[in-house]
Design a protein around this ligand. Structure first.
Ligand code: FAD
Length: 583
């Protein structure tokens, strides 16, 4: 599978795996699920030097790019031993990103939210190897991935290698989006990776230590203690809340002379912060921040960041500048350069992410899948296939469609076009007859018969329910699990196809398309208060939601080890406060 350089060939050794340890599981009342049971490990060539496709006979070679939410979820759920899997990622661990804001102020330690990928892939059933390297080019035509090791220690100086694949799973995530704003890369912190959170933690402490030096006057101190957060999305808001809690609960005791000079400003270009949440949550968050003294400036677009000042353009058109001690940039995500190159190669230009179909297959290439933040699903519109749907449903070829005929294919239609189900639900339509009745309101339900034009009118607004999935861990993890299930059943499904009808072609699809199940979202607002928006637009704000947040985040940890560490960190913080040492 992998062609490596002679350095590796000479120095590689079979990786001797240790017999698995019996893990004593501590049961926390808060943790309900997400358990990873580490299976007995197996010896394998940890360096991946051998041409494993030869070594493994006819095993299909699967290359997975990325060890984030999507890639790890795929690996955890892959159970079919007939694959030879090679994981490539510059990060040899999985990071629980929702707790990154907690790492910035020491509420949770960085090591508590990461799990080594080698721990996760030590599975009995599937041979999975990991290489710490980044993919620098994908050649879909020749089914090759070009990689570069980030170790930089090769004796012969050559760190690049090529990996062949039969199936490629792209789960490389995204990078921070600066919108090409001048000075952002040079002067701002990002909050995307564990290292970013650690850097922020050190910088926050630096600001307080610097401001405490005896040589400064209060004016200088104020500048240093001006913390600016750009972006009023969940990450920016949570960081602002964390920082506020840190200052008020811990810093206030340790740096009493400068505590009153601290200012936290949150800049948001839109009209409100947390605008993807319910209006009640937005309003509560804005009010709470105001009460806490966090300055929320909406309609304020950052146009430049110099090493001392941040310049914004206000809604009125005016431009203003303010000095800062530290800026955290959190304005959403952009495409990684390697993904951008690949998109150009396969004709997907002018897009934010790799387009896939509902089976997560990258459009325009064979056997390449993309999931998580680096991809978007191009949901097919009902209107694009309307004639085919009509003729499939019209079994007696009468040229008209009855409610019974439509009912027979509705399950397949809803599987293939989830927007139909959403439309029926949102419009509170009890039955298919309700949907078809619209054009012929006065006809009794049982007697409805539509020709193609009437049918088109009936489903005209159905496609309006289509929405891109959000770039979240929830989506990425569900996609990884879905794809692994497809891979687990690949051979079986070849023999016994099942799934929805193919509306553009004969037969049935081998698998049901991916369906996202939204489980709700949280916005921690500080002071032990969290806003929760759960399915069905159920909103809860306050201390009880904070406990729900603790429970969910503990239960969603990738291993019992990290679960134990995170819960211990929370307890430590309650008892002793946050650690302000600059290490
Ligand atoms: P990632 O998890 O980013 O993983 C990408 C992987 O690809 C990484 O392992 C990376 O090292 C690897 N990689 C990068 N470049 C290459 C390359 N060239 N070759 C090979 N591998 C490469 N979502 C929620 O649902 N709830 C939350 O509360 C939440 N909070 C968040 C808080 C923060 C601070 C952040 C930054 C994100 C948060 N998210 C949350 C979003 C969530 O983290 C992302 O949607 C999720 O990480 C996407 O998963 P992914 O696997 O696509 O990408």
């Amino acid at each position: 599978m992998m062609r490596r350089l002679s350095f590796y060939e000479r120095f590689s050794r079979a990786f001797q795996d240790h017999p698995s340890l019996v893990k004593l599981l501590v049961v926390f009342t808060v943790s309900g699920g997400g358990v990873v049971a580490y299976s007995e490990s197996k010896s394998y060539d940890g360096m991946g030097i051998v041409n494993s496709s030869e070594a493994e006979g006819k095993k299909k070679r699967v290359v997975v790019l990325g060890t984030g939410w999507a890639g790890t979820s795929f690996l955890k759920n892959l159970k079919n031993p007939s694959y030879d899997v090679q994981v490539i990622s510059p990060r040899n661990y999985f990071a629980f990103t929702p707790l990154l804001p907690s790492v910035t102020c020491g509420t949770v330690e960085a090591r508590s939210i990461v799990e080594p990928i080698r721990n996760i892939i030590r599975k009995k059933e599937v041979d999975i190897r990991y290489s710490e390297a980044e993919c620098i080019k994908i050649d879909a035509q020749n089914k090759k991935v070009y990689c570069r090791s980030n170790q930089g220690t090769n004796l012969n100086g050559d760190e690049e290698f090529v990996v062949d694949y039969d199936y490629l799973v792209i789960a490389m995530g995204a990078r921070a989006n600066t919108f090409n704003t001048p000075g952002v890369v040079e002067n701002c912190h990002f909050l995307k990776e564990v290292e970013d959170a650690q850097k922020i933690r050190r910088s926050v402490i630096d600001c307080f230590e610097r401001a405490s030096l005896p040589t400064l006057n209060d004016e200088d101190r104020k500048k240093i203690l001006q913390f600016v957060i750009v972006g009023g999305g969940p990450t920016g808001v949570e960081f602002a809340a964390e920082l506020h809690d840190f200052v008020n609960e811990d810093i206030v005791k340790l740096y009493p002379k400068v505590k009153d000079l601290v200012k936290i400003t949150l800049l948001e270009a839109g009209d409100h912060i947390l605008n993807m949440f319910d209006k009640r949550i937005t309003a509560f968050a804005e009010e709470k921040f105001q009460r806490n003294g966090i300055d929320v400036k909406t309609g304020s677009m950052v146009v430049k960041v110099s090493d001392k000042e941040i310049s914004t353009k206000e809604r009125s058109g005016e431009t203003s500048s303010m000095p800062y001690g530290m800026v955290v940039w959190s304005t959403g995500i952009g495409t990684r350069p390697v993904v951008m190159d690949f998109m150009k190669q396969i004709g997907q230009t002018n897009r934010r992410a790799l387009a896939t179909d509902e089976w997560l297959r990258v459009e325009g290439c064979d056997n390449v899948y993309a999931l998580g933040d680096c991809a978007t699903i191009n949901q097919r519109k009902v209107m694009e296939d309307i004639s085919v749907i009509f003729s499939k449903a019209d079994k007696d070829n009468s040229g008209t469609l009855t409610v019974t005929e439509f009912q027979e294919v509705i399950d397949d239609i809803c599987q293939r076009y989830p927007q139909v189900e959403l439309y029926l639900k949102n419009k509170q339509m009890g039955s298919i007859a309700d949907l078809l009745q619209e054009p012929k309101g006065d006809v009794p339900k049982g007697a409805i018969e539509l020709n193609i034009e009437e049918f088109k009118r009936a489903v005209l607004h159905v496609d309006s329910q289509m929405k891109n999935l959000p770039a979240t861990a929830q989506v990425a993890a569900q996609q990884g699990a879905y794809l692994a299930k497809c891979f687990n059943r690949m051979e079986e499904a070849e023999k016994n196809p099942e799934g929805p009808l193919r509306f553009r072609g004969e037969g049935r699809h081998r698998f049901r398309p991916f369906r996202y199940k939204h489980l709700g979202q949280f916005a921690p607002l500080g002071g032990e208060q969290t806003a929760a928006q759960l399915p069905g637009d159920w909103v809860s704000i306050g201390h009880s939601s904070q406990w729900l947040w603790y429970s969910v985040y503990a239960s969603k940890q990738v291993s019992w080890r990290t679960r134990a560490l995170v819960v211990t960190d929370w307890t430590r913080r309650f008892v002793f406060g946050r650690d302000s040492s600059r290490i």
